[in-house]
Design a protein around this ligand. Structure first.
Ligand code: GAL
Length: 633
């Protein structure tokens, strides 16, 4: 398959006279895709029921006429102001009970049925009009579900829909009471209409209640999206994507992905390093202009799984962004490195955000490929270089990894609902394991929690999965490789109770987690073999082989055959030791990489990415800062 580049463009932001020149420059730069439309509802439908498609017809014709393929976005992330007059109660409500206001974007509640109908209406109009347009070659639904903390809404609409969802799930209030353990604190209900949302309770709500609400909220996103995909498919054969974000776990991306043809995500490496990673100040300083060396790769691998093999970058940071606590300028070369890293992880397309920096409104400090005066910005040349390199490069393919790492959104909700220790964050835990694998130079496949077939992998990791699915447990039984389960895996039932027999309750492993403790970060649990567990440790009673033991005598890592259970959160050096031993045992060759240098193999090539601000010499090759190096395999 030919890998391609693209850009995000907002024709409605620019005088029409500029469109043709813009389109010609995009094509000349070597871009294939142009994504448009996703925020333009107020121009598509200036008044309720009065549509203006002429400008969009012309924009698509101009872009398509220049040889570009259009990704057309549905505009449902930005309902126009008049929508609020029609549906004054459509706004999401925060946990404190305050409605979120008009004046930016994503101002809607996923559960508002009236708004959903409005979305169905505009998507129908759009799909009907452009479904057979030869230039419209892909679709995007909405924009970044969950961004700006918009999944959980405590509105009246959400309450009504939640009660319906509960009635479906439990059939009777008595069954709900039993499932949640509502006898505790006299929380029993005699009708679904008595059940409220789990906010504004005096102290914490029943975790089963909260978890049910989290599952419901996630289902609402999937349903909201499905309304759109079903309509688009009636009128168009072009593939449908959604642009997901980095480290957003409030809804199950796999569930939404099941209705899409392509998963895509919006990669802002410098913004993410600045605002959503638990790393040292030294790490942030070192990578301030390059981004974290593993954060993008993690999401590439995650979205490859969400898209069942098909994934894109819909928005790639081109220069400083506007929204992080600090907004550094990327090192020259990073806009190229980021794109190549995505291709090495199997991306079909990488689209830069955005074509020209807007001189007005919220994102005027956000760089584009062009400056506001239309002169090329730094990333313009770099995008051109990638386009030339792509043209010269035969398809790089996507290699299957030896290692699979489970990622489970419900576990993120579970450990937010009941962290039991301030530092216990699911994403943080899984990402620590992912980083460990990357430090060893390994390709990783991220797999969903209901993965039913693990054959083909040699090592499988499932840290922190609150409830192991029957599918996964079945796959594990048949699995011939090594598995590392834990910490805190299989520790809750689906209804969020403590299972008896006690965790981990893994077939063939004689082990019981007798007690757990969480600890402040400056209270480590030393291991006999050196290094520490941090944040979380479990005291395991076991007859199985003890591979690693804490200095106080309690087993930390145990195994029976290939099945391992880990009873704590290992610090990086310990994780490296454990992962190296597991890989050696499985015959997976590892290469301990220098800081900031990362490796990825495809079917045909080995790629090296130097995230460091300094050159790195490796394998006889000097890779410059922000450099990419590849060799045919
Ligand atoms: C994304 C969003 C874009 C733009 C961009 C700025 O989250 O999808 O519309 O706002 O951030 O970095």
């Amino acid at each position: 398959m030919k890998r391609t580049l693209g850009v995000c463009y907002y024709p409605e932001h620019w005088p029409e006279e500029k469109w043709a020149e813009d389109a010609a420059r995009m094509a000349a730069l070597g871009l294939t895709w142009v994504r448009i439309g996703e925020f333009a509802w107020s121009r598509m439908e200036p008044e309720p029921g009065r549509f203006d498609w002429d400008w969009l017809d012309r924009a698509i014709a101009v872009l398509g006429g220049a040889g570009l393929k259009v990704v057309l976005g549905t505009p449902t992330a930005t309902p126009p102001r008049w929508m609020l007059d029609r549906h004054p109660d459509m706004l999401a409500v925060d946990a404190q009970g305050r409605p979120r206001g008009f004046g930016s974007r994503r101002h809607y509640c996923f559960s508002h049925r009236g708004y959903r109908t409005e979305c169905a209406r505009i998507v129908t109009e759009l799909a009907q009009r452009y479904g057979r347009n030869p230039h419209v070659a892909a679709w995007q639904t909405d924009n970044e579900y969950g961004c700006h903390d918009t999944v959980l809404s405590y509105s009246e609409a959400a309450k009504t829909a939640f009660r319906e969802w509960l009635a479906q799930r439990y059939q009777s209030p008595q069954a709900l009471n039993r499932a949640w353990g509502n006898v505790f604190w006299s929380m029993e209900y005699s009708s679904f209409d008595e059940v409220g949302l789990p906010n504004l309770t005096v102290t914490e709500a029943n975790p089963s209640h909260t978890m049910a609400f989290r599952r419901f909220a996630s289902d609402e996103v999937a349903e909201f999206n499905r309304v759109q995909t079903q309509i688009i498919r009636k009128f168009s054969a072009a593939p449908i994507a959604h642009n997901y974000m980095g480290r957003i776990t409030e809804f199950d991306h796999f569930a939404v992905g099941a209705d899409l043809d392509i998963a895509s995500w919006d990669a802002y490496p410098l913004g993410f390093l600045s605002d959503r990673l638990e790393v040292s100040a030294e790490h942030k300083r070192r990578f301030v202009r390059q981004g974290d060396p593993d954060f993008q790769a993690f999401h590439h691998d995650l979205y490859r799984a969400v898209g069942r093999g098909r994934w894109w970058i819909m928005e790639q940071q081109p220069g400083p962004v506007n929204w992080a606590p600090w907004n550094a300028d990327p090192l020259p070369g990073m806009a190229r490195l980021w794109a190549w890293e995505a291709f090495a992880h199997g991306a079909e397309a990488v689209c830069y955000f955005r074509w020209r920096q807007a001189p007005f409104a919220q994102e005027q400090m956000h760089a584009g490929l062009l400056r506001p005066d239309s002169a090329p910005a730094q990333a313009f040349e770099e995008a051109g270089k990638v386009a030339q390199e792509l043209a010269a490069m035969p398809d790089v393919g996507t290699a299957r990894a030896d290692v699979a790492l489970v990622f489970d959104y419900a576990s993120a909700w579970a450990w937010q609902t009941q962290p039991q220790g301030r530092d216990f964050d699911y994403f943080r835990l899984v990402f620590a394991f992912y980083r460990g694998l990357r430090r060893l130079g390994l390709n990783v496949d991220i797999v969903p929690p209901d993965v039913a077939d693990l054959s083909g992998y040699r090592l499988v990791l499932a840290p922190g999965v609150a409830t192991l699915s029957d599918a996964f447990l079945g796959a594990l039984k048949a699995f011939k490789g090594a598995a590392l389960i834990g910490p805190r895996s299989n520790a809750k039932t689906v209804e969020f109770a403590t299972p008896v027999p006690l965790p981990p309750n893994l077939p063939g492993l004689d082990a019981v987690v007798a007690r757990v403790e969480s600890l402040p970060p400056d209270v480590p649990v030393p291991l006999e073999g050196g290094g520490n567990l941090l944040h979380w440790r479990e005291k395991i009673e076991t007859g199985a082989e003890v591979v690693e033991r804490a200095a106080d005598g309690w087993p930390a890592l145990i195994r029976s055959g290939g099945l391992h259970y880990l009873g704590g959160w290992p610090e990086d050096a310990v994780l490296d030791r454990m992962l190296t031993a597991l890989c050696e045992r499985q015959g997976i060759s590892v290469e301990v990489l220098p800081e900031g240098l990362r490796r990825r193999d495809t079917d045909t090539h080995r790629f090296w990415f130097n995230y460091n601000p300094v050159p790195v010499e490796w394998g006889g090759v000097v890779i410059p800062p922000a450099g990419v190096h590849w060799e045919a395999l």
